[in-house]
Design a protein. Structure first.
Length: 198
């Protein structure tokens, strides 16, 4: 399979690459590194990536910027950082990518636990994670040619200790469990699912 992994060198992405690289062709994509660079906030940049890659079998997105800060001080501009990157970036990967993906291919997006289990300072991420989960359910009933779409919703991960203080009472999830959720989405058969990793 030819698998595009966006955020391939990131905290989660590098583990997804490792879990899927055997017997598959991995196209590593990042904002500053990888085989191809992409600006997720720019639909033209996304389209250019697909033009370079050509037909593919699966796309995994483990990338997307989000604003983290107090609600009382949050501005429209700060909130839109999360909307423009993590939400619309991933939505556009599917809207544009559906015209390049092979039949029976799959899209795997990333949301997160704070969509259902909010924490302080992450209201924009709560909103966007919930929107991503809703988007994949809606897209799943309209994608054609057997194309599947799922989302992975991890809790705080073990390799992000700087975020631990913001998740009191949460047990950080292992990178292996998170990576295997992406494997399940890519190699499995379900669609319209949100795989929570808690």
């Amino acid at each position: 399979m030819k698998i595009i992994i966006i955020g391939a060198t990131g905290t989660i992405g590098k583990h997804v690459v490792k879990a899927l690289e055997k017997d598959n062709e991995i196209v590593k994509v990042g904002s500053k590194s990888g085989d191809i660079q992409i600006d997720m906030t720019d639909p033209d940049s996304i389209k250019n990536m697909f033009e370079k890659v050509g037909a593919f079998d699966a796309l995994v997105c483990a990338a997307g910027d989000g604003h983290f800060g107090p609600f009382k001080e949050m501005t429209d501009t700060e909130f839109r950082v999360t909307v423009n990157s993590k939400l619309m970036g991933q939505v556009n990967l599917v809207l544009i990518g559906q015209h390049y993906i092979n039949p029976k291919g799959s899209f795997t997006l990333t949301s997160g636990s704070v969509g259902e289990d909010p924490i302080k300072l992450a209201s924009s991420l709560s909103a966007v994670n919930g929107a991503i989960d809703g988007f994949i359910r809606g897209a799943a009933i309209e994608l054609e040619d057997g194309i599947r779409i799922n989302a992975i919703g991890p809790d705080v991960v073990e390799e992000s200790p700087n975020y631990f203080p913001f998740f009191p009472g949460h047990i950080p999830v292992t990178m292996d469990r998170v990576a295997q959720a992406y494997v399940k989405s890519v190699l499995g058969f379900q669609t319209g699912q949100v795989y929570k990793v808690l």
